[in-house]
Design a protein around this ligand. Structure first.
Ligand code: HEM
Length: 354
């Protein structure tokens, strides 16, 4: 950390969202395209900048279109949006086609070229009759579905860690016992960190990033729990409310990861008390990846640093209200001071595999 950043850290605290967003971006683009758009000094290349601009433009357009999406007869009022959407799609396709071309060339040059999600799709193109448009759609599904959701969950979880120093300390004690203080932890460590896993699960319970899941549409008239759902209805399931229902959970508003040590509750669609990833035929296909990414972000942040509120503020002053939307960010981004807890050589940038 540079001098300026260090002072900012101690006084105002760091805005965690910025860093978590960057980690999510790097992880998902690397998985999908096998690329890091950021060099060893942290500088993003031109393709990366274009990529980021497209992602944020997509979010902007998505938010404005969503009103018309839910009230279809209002659609005629948004012709400009439709145009913006088409322009956005064209820009996204140009960038994605260029990256796909790079991968095709790399595979032609060397049979040992690395396989990423884009390579898997291009290799299976003929076998499954996938069009280029379908491949572009699948790649972008992964980006839009996986990036905000994971960064949002990690931000809420870190806010809970600052509000609940008892829990933060207990996670850190588990790290010290299982991993120690002289190395950086890695993914195989996760299975030996049961309390950390409970912390992640408790965060998904109280702060599901898609509180109403994704909208579903009934394709037939059905009766559920005494309610008539006419054919063609948009159906939203409020998993946020279910996870806070005192009829289902003991002291539901309390952040208490121990509840999952006492009772192992599934969160991948098999137990209707806890459905951050939905359930059934359209359940989130990225659930395990999402859980691993959040666990990874949390584990590095909490193993490396102790997190406290900025100077002159108190943990119980942290604003825990949601910003309304299809995905729910914290209304006020959380700020926190990071105090290192490992030997200094473990904070150096590590070389990465190209
Ligand atoms: C914190 C992480 C995540 C959460 C909380 C989450 C949540 C959800 C939810 C609630 C749904 C709708 C399920 C339903 O309607 O029953 C969904 C769908 C989906 N998710 Fe995720 N997701 C996460 C991460 C990811 C990641 C990392 C990926 C891929 C890389 C992904 C890809 C998808 C896709 C493609 C769908 C649509 C599936 C379909 O309609 O068939 N998600 N997700």
């Amino acid at each position: 950390m540079g001098k300026k950043k260090n002072k900012e850290n101690r006084v105002k605290g760091l805005q965690l969202r910025k860093y978590l967003g960057a980690v999510a971006f790097n992880n998902i683009t690397r998985l999908a395209f096998g690329k890091r758009f950021v060099n060893a000094e942290g500088v993003m290349d031109e393709q990366g900048l274009e990529f980021k601009a497209i992602v944020s433009n997509g979010l902007k357009i998505g938010a404005s279109l969503s009103i018309a999406e839910h009230i279809p007869w209002l659609r005629w009022m948004f012709p400009a949006d439709e145009k913006a959407f088409a322009k956005h799609g064209a820009r996204r396709d140009i960038l994605t086609r260029a990256i796909m071309e790079e991968h095709t060339l790399a595979r032609q040059k060397s049979s040992g070229a690395k396989q990423h999600f884009v390579d898997a799709l291009l290799t299976l193109k003929d076998q499954y009759d996938l069009s280029e448009d379908t491949i572009i759609g699948l790649l972008w599904d992964m980006i839009t579905a996986g990036m905000d959701t994971t960064a949002i969950t990690a931000e809420w979880a870190m806010a809970e860690m600052i509000k609940n120093p008892r829990v933060q300390q207990k996670v850190q004690e588990e790290f010290d016992r299982v991993v120690g203080l002289d190395r950086i932890l890695t993914e195989p460590d996760f299975s030996r960190l049961p309390y950390l896993q409970c912390v992640v699960k408790e965060s998904f319970r109280l702060h599901p990033p898609t509180p109403l899941m994704l909208p579903h549409r009934s394709n037939a008239h059905v009766k559920i729990g005494g309610y008539d759902i006419p054919k063609g209805s948009n159906v939203h399931v409020n998993v946020w409310a279910v996870a806070r229902d005192p009829a289902v959970w003991k002291n539901p508003l309390e952040f208490r990861p121990e509840r999952f040590l006492e009772e192992d509750v599934d969160m991948k669609g098999h137990d209707f008390r806890l459905l951050p990833f939905g359930a059934g035929r359209r359940v989130c296909p990225g659930a395990q990846l999402g859980i691993n990414l959040v666990t990874s972000m949390m584990s590095h942040l909490l193993h490396h640093f102790v997190w406290t509120p900025p100077q002159g503020t108190k943990a119980d002053e942290i604003d825990m209200s949601e910003n309304p939307g299809l995905v729910t960010y914290m209304r006020v981004p959380v700020q926190a001071v990071a105090t290192p807890r490992l030997p200094s050589d473990l904070y150096k940038r590590v070389p990465y595999e190209k």
